[in-house]
Design a protein around this ligand. Structure first.
Ligand code: KIV
Length: 270
């Protein structure tokens, strides 16, 4: 069973770790068989499960439902789950909502933001909920950003991101997740902190890699992000003992992350 201590040990040893989003029991079981290290019940479920255009409509009840479905079925991975949009504005709401999601089976709670979260990170950590802080492109702020754009491209924004990371780590954040930031910045952040850093569209140098499950299975419509690779139709999955199965795609992702063959330079932003 993977715990936070396992991820901290992996970071010290330089062993990369895998993370996939998951929303239901059957895929969670396949991820267990494929030995995926960590699972994120992401509020991306708003788009890939519920058919919304963004993560904003997702509720705490939705997160509780999907977290419980996954946690019942996977006893191997460390389970992270999102607090959804506007569910952590006040400290009181933050603690009450984190409690519901932890009681549904999450082992780590993910919040989107930066230094403004320090009080919440400290309070939740003190109350027994380890926190992952998601920085860079934070989809809950899509209307603030004016679209889904790479973050940290200017010197000022990169310095702000680094300062935000340091502030939340000092407040007790157990994991950092970086989405769509230049690979060089993600490398600097990963080297600057002792806690594990997970990346998506953040280059090869973060400690862990996460992808949305539907994306890495090629279950997508429209534009596919640069960092996505389809592991289901990948020739290595077709030729493997898994014979091109979904479980094989999860196993190939896990192996590729650990070996360092995913992501490749064409998957990163410079
Ligand atoms: O909600 C989600 O799936 C996420 C990933 C994109 C990291 O936050």
């Amino acid at each position: 069973m993977i715990t936070l201590s396992t991820l901290n040990k992996y970071k010290k040893e330089g062993r990369k770790f895998s993370c996939l989003t998951c929303y239901d029991a059957m895929f969670a079981k396949m991820m267990q068989n494929a030995e995926v290290d960590t699972i994120l019940i992401g509020d991306s479920l708003g788009m890939v499960v519920q058919g919304h255009d963004s993560t904003l409509p997702v509720t705490v009840d939705d997160m509780v439902y999907h977290t419980a479905n996954v946690a019942r079925s996977n006893k191997h991975a460390l389970i992270l789950a999102d607090l959804p949009f506007m569910s952590y504005v006040t400290l009181e709401d933050t603690i009450a909502n984190a409690r519901k999601i932890m009681q549904a089976g999450a082992q780590v709670i993910k919040l989107e933001g930066g230094a403004e979260l320090v009080d919440k990170v400290a309070a939740l950590t003190a109350a027994g909920a380890p926190i992952c802080v998601h920085l860079g492109l934070t989809p809950q702020s899509v209307n603030v950003f004016g679209g889904y754009k790479v973050q940290g491209k200017t010197e000022d924004s990169a310095a702000k991101l680094m300062a935000d990371v340091k502030a939340v780590v000092e407040a007790g954040a157990a994991i950092i997740l970086l989405e769509c930031v230049p690979a060089a910045l993600a490398k600097q952040v990963t080297e600057a902190v002792d806690v594990p850093v997970i990346g998506i569209g953040a280059g090869a140098d973060t400690d862990g890699q996460v992808l949305v499950m539907h994306d890495m299975l090629g279950v997508t419509y429209g534009r596919v992000a640069r960092f996505v690779h389809d592991f289901l139709t990948d020739e290595r999955n077709q030729q493997s003992d898994y014979a091109g199965s979904v479980e094989g795609a999860f196993a190939l992702f896990h192996k590729s992350v650990i070996e360092g063959s995913y992501p490749q330079p064409q998957h990163q932003f410079n």
